[in-house]
Every structure is written in C-alpha cells, then in structure tokens.
Design a protein around this ligand. Structure first.
Ligand code: ADP
Ligand code: MG
Length: 267
C-alpha cells in the first residue's frame, strides 16, 4: 500500500499551513528572534503569549512578509514569504517570488485604524476592489455578509466615529477577512479595548477558530481565550520559543520556570 501523504515535510496532523524554519531576526545590532521553529497546520489556532518585548509582534510581522529575516525561512501555504534578502540564494528566491501567487494573510492590530471617512461597508470592501480588482457590487455584497458574520448587520453605513471600540475592531476583522486570507494574524486585538468590549471581539475570533477551517495565530494576554480556543499555546521570552504545547500543558502545567513566572504574574 502506498502512502500518498508521506511526502517530505508533510505533517502528521494535517497539511502544514505555516512553516517557520530556524528564523533569526535582527534590528541593527540587536537580535530579537533566536532560532524560531514552528509548524502550524491548516485550521489550527495558535495563541502566542509572553512578556512585552519578547518578539511576538516581530514574529507576526515576519510571517506577514513585512520584515526581512536574518536567517531562516518562513513558508505560508507552500509559498516562501520570509527570507534573508542579501544572500547567495537571492536570485533563486526572487525568481520563486515572481512565480508565486501572493499569499493572502490577514492581520488585525491592537489599534484598528479604520479609514475615518469611510463607512463600515466601504472600509471592508475597499481593499478587495482596489487591490484585487473585485467587482464593486460583489465586494459590497461580500462585505455586508462579513459584517453580519461579525455581528454588525445594520451597521453597514455607520462611520467609525459612530461605532464603539469593540464594533470598530469587528469591522477591522471583517476588513481582513474580505481579502479571503488563508491565515489570520491577530496582534493583541483586545488590548486597546475597554474591558466590557473585549468579550464581543473574542467571541468573533472564537467563531472564526471554530468554523471555516481558518488558520489563526493570536498574540494575546487573554489566558481564558488561549485556554478555551487555542489548539496550541506558544510561550515566548527574550526572542525565543521557550515552551509550547496544548493549553493544558503550557497554561496548566508549565515546565519552564520562565513560563511559570510569566503565568503567575498574569493569571
Ligand atoms: P512584543 O510584541 O513581544 O512586545 P516586539 O516584537 O514588539 O515584542 O519587540 C521585540 C524586540 O524588538 C524589542 O526589544 C523591541 O524593542 C525590538 N523592536 C521591535 N520593533 C523594532 C523596530 N522596528 N526597530 C528596532 N527594534 C525593534
Ligand atoms: Mg507586540
């Protein structure tokens, strides 16, 4: 019997969606990521936790091909998105990049930065029409559907200033989804919200994690969310992945003393 799934690099648990291989990252003389290795399967929700300055945002930026790497490579959905530019493989990599379809990765930030002069539905449909050249009516229709999905049916024509922080962040999530991403990255999406608005945003993320097979990487200080929704929790400290495993393993029974110290400070 042949095993067709037994190809090089194939994961046991499902197709690999994000593959981070030996990544180092420097800002000038300052090394901020050290030998990061992580495989994330399609449909997985990974929660990234750790103290301020540990490199969580930098890692997300590397995955979202906003940063050049020092060493290593990052693959998303089989396409090379992160690499070091000035090495002897540059030509090969550039060629590959030219051939590659652009991988769609959605990103949601702490500060949602909606366009203030556009309504909710315009904020959501803007990029698909501008960047992807989607038909305007179809983009609006899909934006309306996405706004309903994040609980904002009826708010299509509201301007950001007429929406609460939680509602604005849900528009920002719909805006990222409008590009039909394979992977969604969240960088502390609830950290700027008043406490009573956190739950409605987490509920939308939970819905995303549970339906539709989306791969999510979530930087969060919401340990309850990580425990309930995360398939895996990754703890970073000082630019390294110190510990990773199921939420029960990492949050319930952390092995590393730095993880223990961090959790006792935040829980
Ligand atoms: P976290 O998101 O875990 O708080 P960051 O990824 O933002 O951590 O930062 C990791 C380290 O990289 C910190 O020491 C930070 O000061 C540094 N850093 C982040 N962004 C830049 C930048 N654009 N230029 C120089 N240093 C940076
Ligand atoms: Mg950060």
């Amino acid at each position: 019997m042949t095993d067709e799934t037994d190809t090089a690099g194939a994961s046991m648990v499902g197709a690999s969606m994000v593959s981070i291989e030996h990544v180092d990252k420097w800002y000038g003389q300052n090394q901020v990521l050290f030998d990061i290795e992580l495989e994330i399967a399609e449909g997985e929700t990974v929660c990234l936790i750790g103290p301020s300055g540990s490199g969580k945002s930098t890692l997300l930026r590397c995955i979202n091909h906003l940063e050049e790497l020092g060493t290593g490579s990052i693959w998303v959905d089989g396409e090379l998105v992160g690499y070091r530019l000035h090495n002897d493989r540059l030509h090969e990599l550039r060629e590959r990049e030219a051939c590659a379809k652009r991988v769609e990765i959605g990103m949601v930030f702490q500060h949602f930065n909606l366009f203030p002069h556009m309504t909710a539905v315009e904020n959501v449909s803007f990029a698909p029409t501008l960047v992807k050249g989607e038909n305007k009516a179809e983009a609006r229709r899909y934006a309306t559907e996405l706004l309903a999905r994040v609980g904002l049916a009826g708010k299509e024509n509201s301007f950001p200033s007429q929406l609460s922080g939680g509602q604005q962040q849900r528009v920002a999530i719909a805006r990222a989804l409008a590009m039909r991403p394979k992977v969604m990255l969240f960088d502390e999406p609830t950290s700027a919200l008043d406490p009573e608005l956190v739950g409605e945003v987490l509920a939308v993320m939970k819905d995303l994690a549970r339906t539709g097979g989306m791969t999510l990487i979530v930087v969060t200080h919401e340990m309850g969310f990580a425990r309930e929704v995360g398939d895996r929790v990754v703890f970073m400290d000082a630019g390294r992945i110190v510990e990773h495993g199921t939420p029960d393993e990492v949050l319930g029974n952390p092995k590393n003393e730095r993880t223990q110290a961090f959790l006792s400070a935040v829980l």
